[in-house]
Write a protein that binds this ligand. Sequence first.
Ligand code: GBH
Length: 495
Amino acid sequence: MSSSTLVFIITLFCFICTTTQEANSQIFPPNFKFGVATASYQIEGGCNEDGKGENIWDRFTHTSPNKIFDHSTGDVACDSYHKYETDIALLKELGVDFYRFSISWSRILPTGYVDDGINHRGVEYYNNILNLLHQNNIEAMITLYHWDLPQHLHESMGGWLNETIVDIFAKYADLAFHFFGDRVKYWITFNEPNNFCQNGYETAIDAPGLANNLGVDVYTCAHNVIKSHAAVYHMYDKTYRKLQKGKISLILYTKWAQSSTNTHKDFKAAERSLQFQFGWFANPIIKGNYPRIMIERIRERSIKEGFQKSRLPKFTKKEIRYIKGTFDFIGVNHYTTHMVKWIDDIPIGKPSAFKDISVEEYFKDSWKGSGSFWLKVVPCGIRNIAKWIKNTYNNPNIIITENGYSDGEIILHDFDRKNYHKNYLKYLLKAIYNDHVNITGYTAWSLLDNFEWREGYSERFGLYAVNFTDSSRPRIPKDSAEYYKIILKTRHLIS
Ligand code: GBH
């Protein structure tokens, strides 16, 4: 045998070994990062302390208690405004590589406008957190907007429905980069705009709770959010990136949409569902414009409904060039899967975003439930959505920025949560090794049980339990915290 043949055989052998080994690998790639996430309104409390201004969630919980399951508010929540040192000790204990948290806009800018003055005690709060994270070798991932718009902006100019928000948000972001950027590795402009536009301005179940212009405002909100995102991305790029060396993007919520049969129609319906949810934002940011299917369907329905033009706003050519490519990675919040079935288009009548999609979605009876009606455990969904994103958007870098499981009460021996993370991580590894999806990080939602928006304190996602009836808000580790700790230490998926 010639030496080159031998080399060839050995190479082939090694190749087969490594690929089969990789296909079953329980080991996370060397640079893979783990984190946990929280959001300001859900954990901080301190709702009017030290000069913080009111935001739309403060107002919403106070004026519409009936819209919150247990009539609760985030006034105190986990009291992280006072207990951030305890929280960071928990992060240290877990051994996370990064902590994802959000800034309360009205805590540092009480009215939302930079020109109205900065609340330096608010700035100090986030500085303290960042310094402590830094001392503990934990990277920071900051969300600029996790749904808590300053109330004054909502009242004075209409918030996300008014295009002037683009500049106002950019000024807030500029300030955040200026004050905090030297210690921030990842910036997120928006958490799940696909949710807050829908639920804030169409279904009205989240703040500000409006449903004034169905099928219109929801798209206007998104349009202004996308422009705001692009403006902030470019600003970071131009002014801060070189010095601060961070990455910046936005986060989208997405289910996996499983076609209910193998028929062409059901596949089309599942694809449409993903395009209207994820593509709505991902397509502009990655490719420059809304998905063709949205543009066509909404125009067609709008005209039939008697509108002069499409209810979906249009980007100019210049805007398309400006928006395209404004991401360094894609943040994906993934929890669950829906079955999707074709239905004939819902007849023209009163407009709505829901009718624009016209698909039927349901859960399979065999799927295990959780403390949240919308969250069914379907671990392979994370692999399917990751693969779909890779194939649809030319293989972007993905970070899973939220994934987690809820209980309806405090359960310290939370076998179900531990199993949820284990099985979702198992399929995430398959996406990495078998499907070669470029996923570089995973974030558990959440560090703590917290204020779960309209569900109040009745749904608990934390790795640590919080007793909300005790004024000192003690944190108690659940078994899942211990499990996560071992994974982070060994970088290995163990059972
Ligand atoms: C994330 O949203 C949020 O970023 C986070 O703040 C939240 O605590 C966490 O998940 C857990 O919920 O809209 O009535 O059809 C996930 C948002 C909430 C979106 C439930 C889908 C389905 C109910 N999901 N929603 S509905």
